[in-house]
Design a protein around this ligand. Structure first.
Ligand code: GAP
Length: 477
């Protein structure tokens, strides 16, 4: 698996999906940049999520709030006091770790075939985490004889707490937001008034969040700057269970609609260790190249945020409705954009053995997410074929994300499009001059057939548009 993960990281770089940030200066830990195809794939994922939320649900609206917010926001939200993680240093390696992750990763390997032992240790860990019994977590590390994964020594410090928010230098108490949700809570009344929203309703947002992750590894899985796609759904308090169950079902359906393989999802594991704002929480876990890990959280935040914001801001954040005056409860769905990107990318990347004994690398992305929907090539760079191919490209480029390419031989052009996940390639050849037809090659089957030039745009639209998948989802809403 490590081999595959290294291959994935290298493929992402070579083909312009993801680059290490500031690479010319030696890079920056846990920060990455999205390249030309990466940004297209990311935008397509965003569009799928956004439309699934706002277009398919008539009572969900969107927002794009600022990253920097008044410092009281983070006091009211509890992030100043409670958004803490534990850390432990190894005095020899000078490396810093999160003790609970150190323990989890250790027992995952050590007790691979002993689920009972694993359960027993995890249960003790969660109990200690709940009680904030840092000393017992340290005892557990010692009892298990856990070494520094790099230096292999056990020269550990005590376990300490640290706040995960990035504080801006020179700006007293200004933080980079650690979740997008607070922009939604602080605009709650603005949205009700401007959009005449009535309970139940939701507010969706996609945006950057920042956390000072000390154990940031695994490529884009855990970063210090990342993107979240969150939705806060405001409900009557007595309908908490109903909507919690509803959103768990809808979010899982959204994931399964991606067709990454149902067996890759651990469906909705209840949180063992709830965030400070949550009264209930469920994770959707995904089988990444390094094992099952959280990809999305669905939480009930009840009235935690609105109540605290009303208290600190002294502005009414309740609902006044038919002689009732109450704080709505909130069900939140929170998906990491970079994590779903990694899930899709890692499930789609394949090495295939061909009939002729050669291998090809192909990125079998869902068509509607592919960065490029179709490529147009001339078979050769002469005899008027490039001109015809270019005309086809220019005629339909306003409708689809296409590429025109004539830089290499046709075989190499196909391989390149396979590697970036382009579903269809259309090649102009000598028959095109006589019959106005081109060959259409499919990425997955590699089969070719002839179609009329006039059909190209319609086929791309039908096969690579979002409509089909949105329609499937809409049956569940
Ligand atoms: N508003 C709730 C919230 O932020 P969370 O469980 O802390 O909840 C939600 O985060 C999702 O955000 C996670 O399930 C994960 O997909 C993503 N996420 C969290 N921290 C991340 C990080 N350091 N790097 C990448 N994605 C992250």
């Amino acid at each position: 698996m490590k081999h595959f993960f290294d291959f994935l990281i290298s493929h992402a770089k070579i083909y312009g999906f993801i680059f290490p940030s500031s690479e010319i200066y030696g890079g920056l830990s846990a920060i990455y940049d999205y390249g030309p195809y990466g940004v297209e794939l990311k935008n397509n994922i965003k569009e799928f999520w956004w439309k699934s939320m706002t277009q398919l649900h008539e009572n969900i609206v969107g927002i794009d709030s600022s990253i920097l917010m008044h410092s009281d926001v983070w006091k009211a939200s509890g992030h100043v006091d409670k958004f803490n993680e534990l850390l432990i240093d190894n005095k020899d390696s000078k490396k810093r770790y999160r003790p609970e992750i150190l323990i989890q990763e250790y027992i995952e390997k050590k007790f691979l075939n002993d689920p009972e032992k694993k359960k027993e240790i995890l249960s003790r860990l969660y109990k200690s985490l709940k009680k904030k019994d840092l000393a017992d977590i340290k005892v557990l590390i010692d009892e298990l004889n856990i070494c520094d994964p790099v230096y292999k020594t056990k020269n550990w410090t005590k376990i300490r707490c640290f706040n995960m928010m990035f504080k801006m230098k020179n700006e007293k108490d200004l933080y980079l937001r650690p979740e997008t949700a607070q922009g939604i809570f602080s605009n709650f009344q603005n949205i009700i008034k401007s959009n005449r929203m009535k309970i139940p309703f939701g507010i969706a947002q996609i945006g950057k969040s920042f956390r000072n992750e000390i154990f940031a590894r695994k490529f884009i899985f855990r970063m210090r700057e990342f993107e979240q796609m969150e939705m806060q759904f405001f409900i009557l308090p007595e309908e908490e269970i109903k909507w919690y169950e509803y959103w768990k079902k809808i979010r899982l359906k959204w994931h399964l609609e991606l067709n990454l393989g149902d067996e890759k999802y651990y469906k909705l594991c209840d949180h063992n260790h709830l965030a400070h704002y949550a009264s209930a929480g469920s994770d959707i876990e995904f089988y990444f190249p390094f094992g099952f890990q959280e990809i999305e959280g669905i939480h009930s935040r009840r009235d935690f945020d609105l109540k605290n914001h009303e208290f600190l801001s002294k502005k009414k954040l309740r609902i006044f409705e038919s002689e009732r005056n109450y704080f709505p409860y909130v069900i939140e769905t929170s998906l990491g954009l970079d994590r779903i990107f990694l899930a899709i990318f890692s499930s789609s990347l394949k090495k295939e053995k061909l009939k002729n004994g050669k291998t090809r690398t192909v990125l079998k992305l869902p068509y509607y997410l592919s960065p490029i929907k179709a490529a147009i090539f001339p078979l050769v760079k002469k005899d008027g074929l490039p001109e015809i191919a270019k005309k086809i490209f220019n005629d339909i480029k306003i409708h689809h994300r296409l590429v025109y390419d004539q830089k290499e031989s046709i075989g190499k052009l196909y391989r390149r499009q396979d590697a970036i996940g382009t579903p269809f390639c259309f090649t102009v050849d000598y028959d095109t001059i006589k019959t106005d037809t081109v060959t259409m090659r499919n990425r997955d089957s590699m089969k070719q057939k002839r179609i009329h030039i006039k059909e190209i745009s319609k086929i791309i639209e039908q096969e690579t548009g979002l409509k089909k998948v949105l329609k499937n989802l809409s049956h569940f809403i």
